[in-house]
Design a binder for this molecule. Structure first.
Ligand code: ADP
Length: 391
């Protein structure tokens, strides 16, 4: 805010002056105002002055005055004029209306009210303009934000698309291997090549195993897509967790025979009423146990631990297998990520199992943690919340 009021007499010499906001160093009494009007505006200025004296004060947007402020000349807009007994008052720049009114009152100007009203109108249109400007700035900022989030979303879409292509690549690569095997083997039969009974049985068992792996993969893919679309629902029941573990070990025991692996259970507590989806928890245990079997040497031990903590239950699977390197451990729960590990007996790996396990556990509002080191075995700990039975 900058306010200057100048009063000039009939000879256009300065009689009084007032400034607020900055000092006007060169202003002197008796100096001609014409010195301060830009040359190309002198005509306009005199014309305006004549109209003012005829009692027709008005505001002009064009009139300017040159004043030296802190040693350098600056142009100011004349926003108000008033006359009184041979003296004319100029209000310069964008003054505070109340202060102008106070000066006009103090200097006892005739057209005091008229000039204040005119200035009010001027200020109003200015404030309207300012509020429109504010609105436009706001809209502009919103647009900038929308553009930013669009470009972020775009980046996300590009990433998702790359991820989708990667998944398609992994799936088709695995399928290609399996279908390719079945295709060649069935081709032998069609070409009427003769095999003895043992060879025929071997070929059938390879075809059977390939079809079985493809089926597993399809089930996993279906599960994965259900998790991705959020269309999977749990069918929770009050179950006996110890019983579930015992039953599961009995089944998985069959897969340990080739490697002579022992599954040991350390069920330190009896959990006979926990609210879980038994089919899904069984799936979790299957995945963890089968990974442990897959990535373990022969004659080793896999241990299942069950413990009751304050608000949760801990179910752990520990093995003495090849372990996972620290650089890869963060990625094992991401779908379709395989580590550099190859299983001890070259079982197929899809990189989907642990991502499904994590989804199931999180759907139960639990969490899964892994600790492992290359060559030192792996430990997977699942924490499931205890839910109180409503009585
Ligand atoms: P898959 O076993 O089908 O490849 P998973 O999602 O179950 O997929 O596991 C992801 C990766 O984590 C595996 O490829 C393997 O490298 C590693 N992994 C999982 N469990 C173990 C384990 N018990 N010991 C060593 N590595 C493991």
């Amino acid at each position: 805010m900058f306010l200057i009021a100048l009063e000039i007499d009939e000879n256009l010499a300065i009689n009084k002056f007032y400034s607020q906001g900055s000092s006007i160093d060169h202003l002197k009494q008796n100096e001609s105002i014409l010195k301060m009007i830009p040359k190309n505006q002198v005509g306009l200025f005199l014309d305006f002055l004549a109209r003012l004296k005829n009692n027709r004060p008005s505001i002009t947007q064009d009139l300017q005055i040159i004043l030296e402020v802190s040693g350098s000349p600056q142009l100011f807009k004349i926003v108000g004029m008033a006359t009184n007994k041979g003296y004319t008052l100029f209000i310069v720049d964008h003054p505070n209306l109340e202060q102008i009114a106070a000066i006009l009152k103090e200097w006892q100007y005739d057209h005091y009210q008229k000039i204040v009203d005119l200035l009010k109108e001027d200020n109003q249109s200015e404030s309207q303009y300012l509020s429109k400007y504010d609105e436009m700035t706001k809209i502009n900022n919103e647009l900038i934000n929308i553009r930013r989030s669009l470009s972020k979303k775009n980046q996300e879409l590009i990433k998702l698309n790359e991820e989708k292509n990667r998944i398609l690549g992994v799936v088709s690569h695995d399928f290609k291997g399996l279908v390719g095997g079945i295709f060649s083997l069935t081709g032998f039969f069609l070409k009427e090549e003769h095999f003895n009974a043992i060879e025929t049985k071997e070929i059938y068992s390879v075809i059977y195993a390939s079809a079985q792996q493809m089926l597993d993969m399809i089930y996993n893919l279906l599960d994965y897509s259900q998790f991705e679309t959020g269309s999977i629902f749990l069918n929770k029941k009050w179950i006996n967790l110890n019983q579930l573990i015992h039953d599961n070990v009995k089944v998985n025991h069959f897969f340990t025979r080739d490697k002579n692996i022992t599954i040991k259970t350390e069920l330190k507590t009896e959990i006979t009423d926990i609210f879980l989806d038994p089919v899904r928890i069984n799936q979790v245990l299957n995945n963890l146990l089968q990974n442990s079997i897959k990535y373990s040497e022969a004659n080793t031990i896999i241990t299942i631990i069950l413990e009751k903590h304050q608000n949760e239950v801990m179910l752990s699977v520990l093995d003495q297998g090849i372990g996972i390197s620290q650089s890869e451990i963060d990625n094992i729960f991401k779908p379709f990520t395989k580590t550099s590990n190859t299983s001890k007996s070259n079982e197929k790996s899809y990189g989907l199992g642990l991502s499904i396990v994590k989804n199931i556990i999180e759907l139960h509002e639990g969490r899964i943690e892994v600790t492992s080191q290359r060559g030192q075995g792996s430990r997977f700990d699942i924490y499931l919340p205890k839910v109180k039975k409503q009585k």
